[in-house]
Design a protein around this ligand. Sequence first.
Ligand code: 5AD
Ligand code: SF4
Length: 434
Amino acid sequence: MARKLFVKAYGCQMNVYDAERMAGVMAAEGYEQTDRPEDADLVLLNTCHIREKAAEKVYSELGRLKKLKDARPDLKIGVAGCVAQAEGAEIQTRQPAVDFVVGPQAYHRLPKLVRDGGVDTEFPVEDKFAAMAPAPRRRAPSAFLTVQEGCDKFCAFCVVPYTRGAEVSRPAARLIDEAKALADQGVREITLLGQNVNAYHGAGPDGADWTLARLLEALSEIEGIARLRYTTSHPNDMGEDLIEAHAGLEKLMPYLHLPVQSGSDRILKAMNRRHTADAYLRLIERIRAARPDIALSGDFIVGFPGETEADFQATLDICEAVRYGSAYSFKYSSRPGTPAAGAGEQVAEDVKSERLSRLQARIEADQRAFQVSMAGRVLPVLVEKAGRMPGQMVGKSPWLHAVHFDAGPELAGQVAQVEILESAPNSLSGRLAG
Ligand code: 5AD
Ligand code: SF4
């Protein structure tokens, strides 16, 4: 009987993608995936270190897994991802039930770690992607593809430059091959992933360095691919050609995750973001001029050290000005080893909570208004799978809204035209048009 692997991803989409790749590596070793840790011979937690809460979650999960292991001592437990990179061997000190620790740049050495145990948080001398089996065949029409990893920006609050290392872009030819292989498996939508994806500068087949815009253009020539997206971007890497790609590439979806973090120039400076609020707003104007129906999404941090009420007000102002289609907001979490940790005046927890709820109310109102504005429109929906009700299918709008409508399963993987009739807080519903 095949051995079983339970893998759980925390945090960002790259972790979800990496978890799939790791499952691919272990499938080659005879492991089948299970969604029940109780059935597993091997449990892998792909962890996130971005905020303290995310990192702490891992230890409570490990506590639960230890109980499983007490009952079944041959169960193997591995910790992967950014907590693995940041804490290394400390993890095993804190939770001795952990058999191995594997950092994001060492996933291709997973089989050896599963066999021998230990800690591997080395940064690469070789291309781990070349050494990893492709992710297992997927049924969903959407897939991720990592094109770039790491970050050289060093925002003062962020662990990413330390956990994921310096920016590395993968060669374009290999990405085009992988995208073609995904299309051959029935994938219709590819989201290009990178911690700083719009800083992509991979070697092109022509010997020149390609920008993300050039890569998107090449990928949009793949016939089976209907939709392209990319995430996450930094405002300072939003090149002219990428803005133009939003005007010129029909397959590039009108949705852009472009975090600003704060609306206050003083805080932006302290965060080492290297741009002002005004520069960000002018950039958005240019992007909207290129693609008027684009929806913006963002990330915000409230309560960064030294943030005053006036600084926070500037963050609300930027939301007012941009009207995000969706946005994520977080309380500042001091991360060991980052420049902002211990620097400046910490904002009290209750002040952070209060600002967060005001910001979230503002964001939710805009999100809802955007969603409601879809009613009566006919939207192209990439059909994913059966909906909750019998005879229903669910898919995604160009702006990532879930859309429910009556249709048969034969529509899965197609782009259907759906007339939107109703807008609920978390989804849209409609009927097949025409
Ligand atoms: N505290 C709170 N939020 C953070 N983020 C990154 N680091 C921190 C931190 N120390 C947020 C940023 C980033 C998103 C992925 O997580 O908004 O864009
Ligand atoms: Fe972190 Fe800033 Fe890099 Fe984003 S751009 S990963 S927030 S350091």
